[in-house]
Design a protein around this ligand. Structure first.
Ligand code: ADP
Length: 614
């Protein structure tokens, strides 16, 4: 930074030594700018011009430059007396403040500066800004005057109007009297010349009340082109952007504008002049002159300050798509889309949803695996129960054989008797009939034994259905009765008077009962007499059914009451120790409970509780 500064200083010094004129100019020009603004800078447009100018001056850091600004307020004040008074005021005010360059804003300000120069700043160059082409030609400024010429064309505004209104037929020009307009005065002639294929309505120089009324009922396929209104026609003055807001509030067609500061006030956009560029351009010329360049070496030229800019909000209102705008258009006031506005919230929400989905998927998988495991364990249980039943069947086989022998024996005896009767010369057919009916009964008895045996031995999958627990209990006890009498055990069954509806697998539940009764018979095997088993069914409240099987055996050692349900726990020589563990597993699979107690009068009692079906 320091070395750059030194280097540029050296270059300036060398240039000054080589050129005596340059040296003189450099010495004579103080680093100060007086801005003469034709407006009073109330409105945003002129304010933006001065912002652009000041920013450019501040950026010019190598030589601090003072900026003075005077607002001539020529919109509202004029006449010889006012102008002369202002000149005297400036003369007095800046008597001891040398001015390096005068910058004018607007053609009217340039006109006054040219007139005042011989008296106020005889040697000071003038840089003009915001001067329209026609004004420039009219004023024909001398060589010490330079600046940027602005060119705004009605043709460009029409291009913008066609972009925002498909099938444009009419343009409606809204603005102050042409002669009062600074930048758009020449549009008067351009409008008068006409535009091929378009009708032109002029609402020019009319009071605000009339303007507002007329813009509300414009024909279809028309667009407004707004140049600027400065008063309401009743002596009230306002910045033209404020006036535009009134017009926009009642207009029934989009409003094409030609100044950047009209965008915010309700204009849809167009080829707009950017005021800060005007200020910046003027400042750059002024600074070059202050740095030693002669104004003659910077001839006036067109300034590039017009850009196609459009208002997104108004585009939405008039349904104008981006595609229909002129090439290279800039869009302002675009509201961020939902995603742009809530980007992080949307990302967080999506992440949360994703996480939730993953969690749900995981839980579903988990559930599926648990179901699968449950099915597998039930299959195993069925297999194990089947083995257990086969063992029981083996144990019961002698009594079953006995049970089958009985009917088979009487069938044989009856058949022989029938044969004898039939061989006699006068057979008693009535008796033969009775014998045959006995044979049938015995045959049914035998096949019933076989049916029960087969049902005990069948490998059935675990299957729950609604059953009556009393019925299940009765069938199991019937099956055991013969075995019991063979082992000298008295068996009693007391079922509850009401039916006990439970959801369960009848084969499996019968097996539980069978296991408990066979265990009781085993426990009493060594007793010389008094072997008794009592089966009971009852309801416990509204919720469950309870089966109890008690015996008159020795009971279970108190500290073993739980262990007996463990797999492979047995106290029997030939025991496998799986009967009770299978029984408990079956009961748990039915959401029930199985537990053992000792009776106060001796003997063990097993309780089995199952939830009643709703
Ligand atoms: P196992 O009959 O093959 O021994 P269990 O699981 O059916 O296998 O029984 C385990 C043990 O529980 C038996 O060995 C016995 O000690 C005890 N037990 C079962 N029922 C009774 C009962 N009613 N009275 C006394 N002890 C019993």
């Amino acid at each position: 930074m320091g070395s750059a500064f030194r280097l540029s200083g050296l270059i300036i010094l060398l240039a000054a030594l080589l050129s005596p004129v340059g040296l003189r100019a450099q010495q004579m020009r103080p680093h100060s700018i007086l801005v003469l603004d034709q407006s009073d800078r109330r409105g945003p447009f002129y304010y933006q011009v001065s912002v652009g100018l000041r920013d450019a001056v501040s950026a010019h850091s190598h030589a601090p430059t003072t900026v003075y600004t005077e607002s001539l307020d020529l919109d509202r004040f004029g006449g010889e007396a006012y102008q002369e008074g202002f000149r005297q005021f400036l003369e007095a005010k800046y008597r001891d403040r040398p001015i390096g360059v005068v910058v004018t804003v607007g053609a009217a300000a340039l006109e006054l500066a040219l007139r005042w120069r011989p008296q106020l700043w005889p040697d000071t160059p003038i840089v003009f800004s915001l001067v329209e082409e026609a004004d420039f030609k009219r004023l024909q400024p001398p060589a010490y005057v330079t600046g940027g010429i602005v060119s705004l064309k009605l043709k460009d505004a029409v291009t913008a109007a066609r972009a925002v209104m498909p099938g444009l037929k009419t343009i409606v020009l809204v603005g102050a009297d042409w002669d009062r307009q600074v930048l758009f005065r020449n549009w008067k002639d351009q409008a008068a010349a006409g535009i091929p294929g378009l009708e032109i309505i002029e609402i020019i120089g009319r009071p605000m009340s009339e303007v507002v009324e007329r813009v509300a009922t414009l024909p279809e396929h028309s667009a407004i082109i707004y140049t600027g209104l400065y008063s309401d026609g009743k002596g009230n003055y306002y910045p033209p952007s404020d006036a535009l807001a009134f017009v926009a509030a009642s207009a029934n067609r989009p409003i094409v504008v030609a100044a950047e500061t009209f965008l915010d006030a309700g204009g849809i956009g167009g080829f707009v002049i950017v005021p800060s560029s005007i200020g910046a351009e003027a400042a750059q010329r002024a600074l070059r002159i202050l740095d030693g360049e002669a104004p003659e070496s910077l001839p006036p030229s067109a300034v590039d300050a017009v850009k196609p800019i459009f208002n997104w909000r108004q585009m939405q209102r008039w349904n104008v798509s981006k595609a229909s705008l002129p090439k290279g258009s800039e869009i302002r006031f675009r509201e961020p889309t939902f995603l742009e506005k809530y980007r992080w919230r949307a990302v967080a929400l999506t992440a949360a949803l994703l996480l939730q989905t993953m969690l749900i998927a995981f839980l579903l998988h988990e559930r599926f695996m648990r179901r699968k495991a449950e099915v597998e364990s039930r299959d195993r249980l069925s297999d194990l129960a089947h083995i257990n039943r086969q063992a029981t069947a083996g144990e019961l086989s002698s009594s079953i054989a006995h049970e089958l022998n009985q009917p088979l024996g009487s069938i044989l005896t009856n058949a022989e008797s029938a044969e004898l009767i039939l061989n006699s010369p006068t057979p008693d057919l009535q008796e033969v009939r009775e014998i045959i009916s006995d044979i049938k009964r015995d045959d049914l008895r035998a096949s019933e034994v076989i049916r029960r045996m087969r049902s005990l031995l069948k490998r059935a999958p675990f299957e729950k259905k609604e059953i009556d627990l009393n019925q299940t209990m009765r069938e199991a006890f019937d099956f055991l009765r013969l075995q019991a009498s063979a082992r000298n055990v008295a068996v009693y069954l007391q079922t509850s008077p009401q039916t006990l509806r439970v959801k369960g697998d009848p084969v499996q539940l019968q097996q539980v009962i069978l296991n408990l009764v066979v265990n009781s018979m085993d426990a009493m095997a060594k007793m010389p007499y008094g072997r008794t088993i009592i089966g009971r069914t009852e309801v416990n409240g509204d919720a469950s059914a309870v089966i109890s099987i008690s015996d008159s055996g020795p009971g279970i050692p108190q500290d073993r009451l739980n262990d007996i349900f463990d797999p492979f726990f047995t106290t029997k020589e030939q025991g496998m120790g799986i009967g009770l563990s299978i029984a408990r597993t079956i009961v748990l699979a039915h959401s029930g409970q199985l537990w053992a107690e000792n009776q106060s009068g001796g003997g063990a009692v097993f309780h089995l509780s199952l939830p009643l079906a709703a």
